[in-house]
Write a protein that binds this ligand. Sequence first.
Ligand code: ADP
Length: 326
Amino acid sequence: MKQFRKIGILTSGGDAPGMNAAIRAAARRALYNDIEVVGIRNGYQGMIMGHFRELQSYMVGDIIQRGGTILKSARSEDFRTKEGRRQAYRNLKKEDIDGVVVIGGDGSFRGAREFTEEFSIPFVGVPGTIDNDLYGTDYTIGYDTALNTIIDAVDKIRDTASSHDRLFFIEVMGRDAGFLALRGGIATGAEAILIPEINYDTVNLKEHLAKSYKRRKLTNIVLVAEGDETGGAFEVAEQVKEDFKGFDIRVTVLGHIQRGGSPSAFDRVIASQMGAAAVEALLDDQKSVMVGMMNREIVHVPFNKTIKHQKDVNRSLLDLQEILSI
Ligand code: ADP
């Protein structure tokens, strides 16, 4: 087992519910082995600025149920530069930190990979993003909670939509990945979903909606993953409105409510498992890996691999969505 004196923990990139549970687990797992723990505030920017603070066990108490991240998160342009990373290294050295746990998404792991290629301090990643778009893990921390928030919101919208026979376009998060829209769509019985993994086609959508109306389905909900191709829910509504004159079309962008809130039981548990597993990976002399969960087992995925590969949506769920939305 590798010996550590002090490890640093940070959260980076977009925040996700359950990050606090992961911070708590990583901190307590390290303390259990008598390793000191330092919380690095504001992501990589804080590493460069020296925003370090010792974390004792009680300091990570009463946070497992809270959304957001007590360590705060930030994006850092400086960390993209070699000079920025060198400054971060100097600070870690000065503080005697000999291992780092990074809780974040794809971008955060790119930064971690750059750093570990240049400097000798090992980094281990924990997947924290509501998008679930990381290759090598079935689930990311925050995804389940965001999904439940979406379901709650769409159910509410459906109540009013069906009272007025409306056609709703609801935009959910997922700029490059449609996991939230796909699962959210199945769970809410959405009539259609538009996700980046399927080429957007207005003609198809119009035909689908026309069929739906023909079958006397007077309330229709289309979940749109925010994204470049469709241009978002407002844009899609604009494109179909000519063909559906006389129908009451509305648009709702769910926005940042999807990032907040108390993490679900599922997210709290995987965050606890992954946070602890990240420290165990360091003790096991692993570096430049993301801790993931595949088929309920902890796995270690090299940063290179998770960055290089794109996780595909479950095609059978796509087919199911299509069948169930007739
Ligand atoms: P996420 O981790 O949620 O995907 P970002 O893509 O914003 O979030 O990445 C978080 C931070 O990681 C960035 O602000 C930047 O500091 C760092 N980062 C991202 N890509 C790189 C890179 N290629 N080289 C160095 N640092 C990077």
